[in-house]
Design a protein around this ligand. Structure first.
Ligand code: UP5
Ligand code: MG
Length: 204
């Protein structure tokens, strides 16, 4: 697809910060196509005939980052599919599209490769809160989510990988003045209002 026709916002933040929850709200406000890298990987893991299923399961359970080729291909395919749907509404005229890419890029190699081979992001929406809050949310969600990484052992590994590998990505985008930080400790609706005003400024 034509990279000049897509607007991409990366949505980052620690495990359980509320990326998926807030993306769902922003889809309602602005008509984004929401693509969660984690959700795409979990779907691929469960797809019959996938050659990557077992590999993805192991990486996710260990909180490790799946080799970027797999994730970038899944994202690119999903973006192309959304553009081919020819949606209507603001931001989707004349073959254009606007995307919230959630939980990606979470490692420097992915950030560089996506920028070179797919497209450049306009903004990084960065949700921040404490590990204590994130742990509490994830353990609660783990009671019903069925996610194989919503247990204390996997969560601790996810926190470590996030601090070691994803924080440098935030630093990288910070140098480009692309990061808008939103404190995600407040209620879902309060965080939503803050995130909404950040995006309104971008589209103003
Ligand atoms: N909740 C949300 N907001 C709240 C609020 N303000 N107050 C109170 N509760 C709040 O929210 C988590 C829980 O908290 C929910 O129960 C929610 O109701 C509540 P959610 O919106 O789901 O948070 P999110 O940030 O999306 O958490 P998630 O667990 O999805 O984050 P991760 O980044 O850990 O997970 P992701 O799916 O992105 O990745 C999983 C794994 O996939 C990675 O660990 C990695 O192994 C792999 N992966 C890759 O390898 N490469 C990639 O590029 C991406 C992922
Ligand atoms: Mg999520």
């Amino acid at each position: 697809f034509d990279r000049s026709k897509v607007t991409v916002i990366f949505v980052l933040g620690g495990p359980g910060a509320g990326k998926g929850t807030q993306c769902a709200n922003l889809v309602q406000d602005f008509g984004f196509c929401h693509l969660s890298a984690g959700d795409l990987l979990r779907a691929e893991q469960n797809r019959e005939g996938s050659q990557y299923g077992e590999m993805i399961r192991t990486y996710i359970r260990e909180g490790q980052i799946v080799p970027m080729e797999v994730t970038i291909k899944l994202l690119e395919n999903a973006m192309r599919a959304a553009l081919d749907e020819k949606r209507t509404g603001a931001g989707w005229e004349d073959g254009r599209g606007r995307f919230l890419i959630d939980g990606f890029p979470r490692k420097m190699d992915q950030a560089v490769k996506f920028d070179e081979e797919v497209c450049t992001s306009s903004l990084v929406l960065f949700f921040t809160t404490t590990e204590e809050e994130m742990l509490k949310r994830l353990l609660k969600r783990g009671e019903t989510s069925g996610r194989e990484d919503d247990n204390e052992e996997s969560i601790k590994k996810r926190f470590r990988v996030y601090n070691e590998q994803t924080m440098p990505v935030i630093e990288h985008f910070n140098k480009q003045h692309k990061v808008a930080s939103v404190d995600a400790t407040a209620t879902i609706e309060e965080v939503h209002q803050k995130a909404k005003s950040v995006i309104e400024k971008l589209f103003a």
